[in-house]
Write a protein that binds this ligand. Structure first.
Ligand code: ADE
Length: 225
């Protein structure tokens, strides 16, 4: 799977090249290609933004560098092209799982006050938001989306783990986890986890999940099939 990211700040994506996602990139499970939109600017100073027509605060990203970058990276429109924006549909686990099955992807990250609408009309298939708040750019939203979707790509998580088994996919919150030491600052690991009785451990974990979900996210209980 190839994930292309078009951004004015490719250096921000170094955060994705660490830990679990970094290993998936190193192992060739996914190719992460960050492209600097500025490299495609036809302006002699590589300018990529300008004042908004009609006035108003801030700058708007001009369409030409975006249009040319998209055409260079995805000339046959083989990728699903996504623009990160608060106007988009909100990212969910289901959406992340769908994107994981879409083949190659292209994410466009806006900055400043946004992107000239014509670049979006010409280049973009879908807008996606990561929540009802406004970020200073789409980069963090792209990284959140990429991390969430890659967990559904086989070979990204360890073989014994599956994103589909975890919170939200099953509309339940995760049970609490413990590791050594058995007693820490006077707090003990629940006895049942040390019992070695797998059925009882599973039952305890299911009950913990249910109790936590009911208490912290009662809205999720209604989503259960
Ligand atoms: N760009 C700015 N804010 C955003 C958000 N909430 N989601 C996605 N992209 C954004």
């Amino acid at each position: 799977m190839t994930i292309n990211v078009l951004t004015l700040f490719p250096e921000m994506f170094s955060a994705l090249r660490t830990s679990v996602i970094g290993r998936a990139i190193d192992n060739g499970v996914v190719t992460l290609r960050t492209v600097n939109i500025r490299d495609y600017s036809a302006d002699k100073h590589a300018k990529c933004d300008d004042y908004p027509y009609g006035g108003g605060a801030g700058m708007v990203m001009t369409p030409q560098p975006i249009f040319d970058a998209v055409r260079a990276v995805d000339p046959t429109h083989a990728c699903k092209r996504i623009y990160l924006s608060p106007k988009g549909k909100t990212l969910t686990a289901d959406k992340a799982q769908q994107l994981a099955q879409c083949g190659d992807l292209l994410f466009l990250c806006g900055h400043y006050e946004g992107v000239d609408q014509r670049a979006l009309d010409l280049c973009i298939d879908e807008e996606l938001s990561i929540g009802d708040y406004v970020l200073t750019g789409g980069e963090l939203a792209a990284m959140v989306t990429i991390d969430a979707l890659l967990r559904f790509v086989s070979g990204v998580l360890g073989s014994e783990q599956s994103a589909a088994d975890e919170s939200f996919s099953k509309a339940r919150l995760e049970y609490p986890q413990y590791t050594r030491p058995r007693v820490f600052e006077g707090l003990e690991v629940p006895e049942i986890l040390i019992s070695g009785h797998h059925e009882n451990v599973d039952k305890w974990r299911r009950e913990q999940s249910d109790t936590l979900t009911r208490k912290l996210r009662p809205d999720l209980m209604e989503k259960r099939g």
